[in-house]
Write a protein that binds this ligand. Structure first.
Ligand code: 9MR
Length: 342
């Protein structure tokens, strides 16, 4: 794998950090990936920060962290004038004391919303609430949280805009509006639009997202990147070439692509017979992330099968993450480490 020189500064910075906070110098997923010019990380649950074994795994693997849930509206902004900061503050402090970046996930989404959000609001009222949400969060964490999923999952499967409260109250320009406001609140933060099933060039959702982002760029709307969530199921097609092509077309229009929520699920039954396929997918994705200069990070949606969302959502599926339920690293993860050492 070739090294990306552009982000070498992150690695150098991290080495300085590693010395000052007393990390061992052993090669880790985090340190090896940084040498290749890419940040890696995992989604962190609030409870992870109370468990030493979990903390150690997060440190070994992450130069960037994202909250699995606590940054979502339901938790951080449960009522119009009520905010709950503790869990996010704790994660940001943890990240800072371990020289990690933080991704905020997510300012706007159709899920995990509080009941005070109302479809009956006028456009003006909805914009006021939206602006307040963005400004309150981004002012508090200015300079400390360096990237934001401004809107999450804004497309339907056919590539049309999803009918969320924000689309229904504000209209199609709600995304533009959110991006402009976010840039105003923290001009240095990287602003992303994040979605699933948007990674494979030629898929209606992937093409719709690309065309949408291209138009935003042409209009001068501030946007730095898109997130490919990459919740992959080995039962469906996986086409590394078309994913790479999709990444490259974003590079052509000056847009970053975060691999933002990677996990690869397989059937629980006879799972051993699916491991080779799973390993290939993980390694292919990491290879693309390392090699393509506009992919700044590779983030997995958790680390242990003991607390993955997968078995709760897809009956009979699981084994999607790099550590098993007992926190043992899996062979595919060891292979990824070897790839990073090449
Ligand atoms: O992992 C999250 C899980 O704990 C929540 O119950 C769920 C609620 O919908 O959200 C999960 O995270 C999602 C992420 O925020 C957006 N992309 C899909 C993720 C998996 O569902």
């Amino acid at each position: 794998m070739i090294k990306k020189v552009a982000t070498l500064s992150i690695w150098l910075l991290s080495c300085v950090g590693a010395i000052s906070v007393g990390f061992s110098t052993k090669d880790t997923f985090r340190s090896l990936a940084l040498k290749k010019g890419i940040e890696t990380g995992v989604a962190v649950a609030v409870s992870d920060l109370n468990k030493e074994a979990h903390i150690n795994i997060i440190k070994e693997n992450s130069s960037i962290v994202v909250a699995e849930n606590c940054m979502k509206w339901q938790y951080i902004h449960p009522a119009e004038n009520k905010w709950y900061w503790k869990d996010v503050d704790d994660l940001v402090k943890f990240a800072e004391s371990n020289e990690m970046n933080v991704k905020f996930h997510t300012l706007f989404w159709h899920n995990q919303n509080p009941s005070f959000l109302s479809e009956k609001w006028s456009r003006e009222k909805a914009i006021a609430v939206m602006d307040d949400h963005i400004a309150t969060i981004m002012t508090r964490y200015k300079g400390r949280i360096k990237e934001y999923d401004v809107v999450n999952e804004m497309f339907d499967e056919d590539g049309s805009l999803r009918k969320t409260i924000w689309l229904n109250t504000i209209g199609e320009d709600y995304i533009e509006h959110a991006l402009i406001k976010a840039r105003e609140c923290d001009p240095k933060a990287k602003l992303y639009l994040n979605d699933y099933s948007n990674e494979t060039m030629g898929h209606p959702k992937a093409d719709a997202m690309f065309n949408f982002v291209k138009k935003l760029k042409e209009k001068g709307v501030p946007i730095d990147g898109v997130g490919f969530q990459l919740h992959i199921d080995t039962a469906y097609g996986f086409d590394a070439d078309r994913i790479r092509k999709n990444v490259k077309r974003y590079a052509d229009i000056g847009v970053l692509v975060s691999f933002s929520e990677v996990d690869v699920r397989i059937p629980q039954k006879n799972f051993e017979s699916h491991l080779a396929k799973q390993q290939k997918i993980y390694r292919d994705l990491l290879k693309i992330a390392v090699e393509e200069p506009n992919v700044p990070n590779f983030i997995m949606w958790g680390f242990t099968d003991a607390q993955s969302w997968v078995p709760y959502t897809f009956r009979g599926k699981g084994h999607a993450l790099p550590y098993d339920e007992k926190l043992n690293p899996k062979p595919f993860y060891e292979e990824m480490l070897k790839d990073l050492k090449k």
